[in-house]
Every structure is written in structure tokens, then in C-alpha cells.
Ligand binder design. Structure first.
Ligand SMILES: [Zn+2]
Ligand SMILES: [Zn+2]
Length: 345
């Protein structure tokens, strides 16, 4: 039994921690579990916030440039497509799973594009936007993103939880983020181009944090619910009966999600939990840089193509160079932290 207060490794079935005297009562253990749930959900929310800020920093401006000839349909379609794609990558980037990142981007982009089309088709407009219009717009994107987090589990209740909480989080986040932006512009319009981008980035951050808080709750309490492991040395696959190492999440033979959870003390996790989290954050930021470079480079190329193909090519290369530099910067920060983390494996 690892003490939730001081991390001292105690024997099983005891009443007090031998190091800090925390009583292992039902209430104390419940509070400790609650803290772990909260940390887990906050990590998702934090990832959502960062992705939202980065995405909304340039997406609304680019969508306006793309739709400069006055088509609101094109404007909201592009905003939904790109914004949804960005927000959808959060889970995959946090889990460092490229297949999940790509699926998230595709489903999020699809949902966002559909939401944007419906938004215009139903006659809504951001400047005199009713709450429900923006809610519906980003609820559709959120539902698409929520599906991805549950689809590999292949259970109806889990997929339903992902869809419902994704829709709720996306809808509330979209309505909140845009009304916050409207309010800020009304009260303190900063005037400058860069400051307006920061305002828009902040509104995207609100969408991201709300969406991923909701999906985080669904994942922690429904989607990623696991039963305790039977054999402490291997995880058994429900689908094909293959035995897998206890640190794996997916079956190596059939790709199914492993439904057993190993006890934390058997996983040889690093004792440096805070440095570990900091390292994870830098790794997340390095993945975010590359995702941004990929999406932004593609849009910049398309925007400038009609003006001058050579200029479009150079601009796309510049975006790629900047995102590559950021990737190197954040990865090296993550690696420097790793030097200080000794694992006793
Ligand atoms: Zn203790
Ligand atoms: Zn299997």
C-alpha cells in the first residue's frame, strides 16, 4: 500500500501509514482518490486550453482571409473544420498516440465543419449570436471528438458517454468562449492586430478547457473504467485471450483495449511525480508545435496560392521551420528534465 500522503511504501492491510501517520480510513482514501481524479481531469483541461489558445490565435483570422469575398458559409465551415481538428488532437497528443491524434483531428474537423454549415444554414451569425446557435455549432464538434476517446473501447454505454459529455462540453465551451470574446471586445477593444489575436486565442482556450474538462470526466468515470488485474504479472485480453505486459494499454495481438488495471506499485513509476508531469507538459507542447505547423502550413499555402505560388511555397516553408524550431526547443526541455529523473527500474 503506497501512502497517498507521503508516498511511503507500506505493507498491505494496515491502519496507519508508518511514516506520516495518515489513517487509511474510508474517508481519507476516498479524498485521496478524488484528488487523483481531479489531477487527471485537470491534465486534460490544461491540454485543451493550450490547444484552444494556439488554434484560435490564427484560425479565425485565417478563416476571414480565406472567406474574404464575403461568404459566411466558407468562413464558418473553415473555422469549424480547423478548430474542431485542433481540439480533437488533445487526447492523442497527451497519450503520445499518433493514430489517436489523427483520428481525433479527422472526427473533430468533420464535426466542426458540419456544425459550421448548420450554423449558417439555420441563419445564425456570430455578431448577434444567440446562445443556442453557438452551443449547437460546437456541440457537434465536441460529439465527434468525444466519440474518438471511446471508439476503441467498443462498448455502447462508453461511446454514449463520450458523445454526450463531448457535446455538452463543446457546446457550453463554444457559447462561453464566443460571448467572452464579444464582451472583451465591447469593453476593452485593444485595437492592435496582435492583441486581437490574443483575445481570440483566449476565447479558443475557453472552448478547449471546457470541452476537455467534460470529456476528461467522461473518460475518468466511464470510458476508461478498468477492473483490478487478476494476475499481477500480466494483463489478459478479453477479446483474444493473449497475455500482455502489465504496462501496456492495448493488446499486442488484436489491438483491443485491455480492461484490467495494474496496481500502481507494480508499475515501477518514477518517484519524481512533479518533474514527470513537467516533462510530460513539454512533450505535449512539442507535439502541439508539430500539429500546428502541419495545419497552419497547409492553410498558409492555400491562402497564398491564389496570390503567388512561389510566395505560398516560401511561406509554408517558413511555418514549417518555426514549428520545427519550437519542436526542438520543447523536446530538449523535456529531455533536460529526464536527466534529473532517475527511475529505479
Ligand atoms: Zn504516509
Ligand atoms: Zn487481444
Amino acid at each position: 500500500m503506497i501512502c497517498p500522503s507521503c508516498s511511503y511504501s507500506n505493507l498491505e492491510h494496515i491502519r496507519y501509514c508508518g511514516r506520516c501517520r495518515m489513517a487509511f480510513s474510508k474517508q481519507n482514501l476516498f479524498l485521496a482518490r478524488l484528488r487523483d481524479h481531479l489531477y487527471w481531469i485537470l491534465r486534460r483541461s490544461n491540454g485543451g486550453f493550450m490547444a484552444g489558445v494556439v488554434a484560435w490565435f490564427f484560425i479565425p483570422a485565417l478563416s476571414r482571409a480565406l472567406a474574404s469575398h464575403g461568404s459566411p458559409l466558407l468562413h464558418f465551415f473553415t473555422t469549424g473544420l480547423l478548430g474542431g481538428a485542433f481540439l480533437g488532437t488533445v487526447d492523442g497528443m497527451l497519450e503520445e498516440s499518433t493514430p489517436k491524434t489523427i483520428r481525433g483531428a479527422m472526427m473533430g474537423g468533420l464535426g466542426g465543419a458540419l456544425g459550421g454549415l448548420l450554423f449558417v444554414w439555420l441563419g445564425f451569425n456570430v455578431s448577434d449570436s444567440p446562445f443556442w446557435g453557438l452551443f449547437m455549432f460546437w456541440a457537434i464538434a465536441g460529439a465527434g471528438i468525444g466519440v474518438v476517446s471511446a471508439m476503441w473501447e467498443k462498448k455502447k454505454t462508453k461511446i454514449l458517454a463520450g458523445v454526450l459529455l463531448g457535446a455538452l462540453g463543446g457546446g457550453v465551451g463554444g457559447a462561453l468562449g464566443y460571448s467572452m470574446y464579444g464582451l472583451l471586445m465591447q469593453e476593452y477593444d485593444p485595437g492592435g492586430w496582435f492583441l486581437r489575436r490574443l483575445y481570440e486565442g483566449f476565447s479558443g482556450g475557453i472552448i478547449g478547457v471546457t470541452l476537455w474538462f467534460a470529456i476528461g470526466v467522461a473518460e475518468r468515470f466511464v470510458i476508461f473504467k478498468r477492473r483490478p488485474i487478476e494476475d499481477p504479472n500480466k494483463k489478459h485480453c478479453d477479446h483474444c485471450a493473449t497475455n500482455n505486459p502489465i504496462s501496456s494499454w492495448y493488446c499486442r495481438a488484436c489491438g483491443s483495449v485491455l480492461q484490467e488495471a495494474a496496481a500502481a506499485q507494480n508499475l515501477h513509476l518514477s518517484p519524481y511525480t512533479t518533474l514527470d508531469r513537467l516533462q510530460e507538459m513539454f512533450r505535449y507542447l512539442s507535439r502541439l508545435s508539430i500539429t500546428t505547423g502541419f495545419i497552419a502550413g497547409l492553410i498558409v499555402f492555400l491562402v497564398f496560392l491564389s496570390i503567388n505560388p512561389i510566395f505560398a511555397f516560401i511561406a509554408a516553408i517558413l511555418v514549417a521551420l518555426v514549428s520545427y524550431s519550437l519542436l526542438i526547443l520543447f523536446s530538449s526541455a523535456a529531455e533536460s528534465i529526464r536527466i534529473f529523473i532517475k527511475t529505479d527500474k
